[in-house]
Ligand binder design. Structure first.
Ligand SMILES: [Zn+2]
Length: 211
């Protein structure tokens, strides 16, 4: 775990933004699956909240890496963080609108999630070029690659509806695509948590000269 006295000099709010976002995601998923059997009306609302929670986690997960990597260039902090926030708000609005919540727009919703993930590639490539000589490069890259893979594989299960498409009815209680999707979302959040700790530790050691 993080040692608190080392972090005293470093800004910790971006880290907590991510923590609150991922806790909101896990809470809304739990609420959704606990109470979705209540009624059809509540079921539809809760299922939307399930995806809104994941979107909130994706947006907030951008805060620690972008903030700490580009701490010495506030211009890029603003560009990337406002970019992902605008994309996220657009996705949430889409998820909450009844028209786009139907099965017909399933792939469209998947594309929205994918594009938020792909947007992350731009600051990622930028960061790798900026910090090519840093010893932490490979560790954070490995963590973030694990995160990206988790989200991609999770979305793939969501879109293809594997394995229940092969044996309809057999996976109704356990093992269907939506459950696998949630497992990969948690794996993605965990590996991102690992990366965020490295960024935070790095900044509390090095700081920023221009400040
Ligand atoms: Zn769910």
């Amino acid at each position: 775990m993080m040692s608190t006295n080392r972090l005293q000099n470093e800004t910790t709010w971006p880290f907590y933004v991510f923590l609150v976002g991922s806790m909101f995601c896990l809470l809304s998923s739990s609420m959704c699956h606990l109470f979705s059997c209540h009624s059809h009306k509540l079921n539809i609302l809760l299922l939307r909240m399930d995806y809104v929670g994941i979107t909130v986690m994706i947006i907030t997960s951008f805060f620690p890496p972008i903030y700490y990597i580009f701490q010495c260039s506030p211009y890029w902090q603003i560009v990337y963080l406002s970019g992902i926030t605008i994309m996220g708000i657009f996705t949430i609005t889409t998820l909450l609108s009844p028209v786009f919540s139907t099965g017909k727009y399933r792939s469209f919703r998947a594309v929205l999630f994918m594009s938020m993930g792909l947007f992350g590639l731009i600051p990622a490539v930028h960061a790798v070029i900026l910090n090519w000589d840093e010893p932490e490069r490979n560790v954070t890259l490995a963590y973030e690659l694990a995160m990206a893979l988790s989200y991609l594989i999770g979305t793939m299960f969501y879109v293809t509806r594997i394995p229940e498409r092969w044996r309809p009815g057999f996976f109704d209680l356990a093992g269907h695509s939506h459950q696998i999707f949630h497992v990969f979302v948690i794996l993605g959040a965990l590996s991102h948590y690992g990366a965020a700790q490295v960024f935070l530790e790095y900044r509390s050691r090095l700081g920023c000269d221009t400040q």
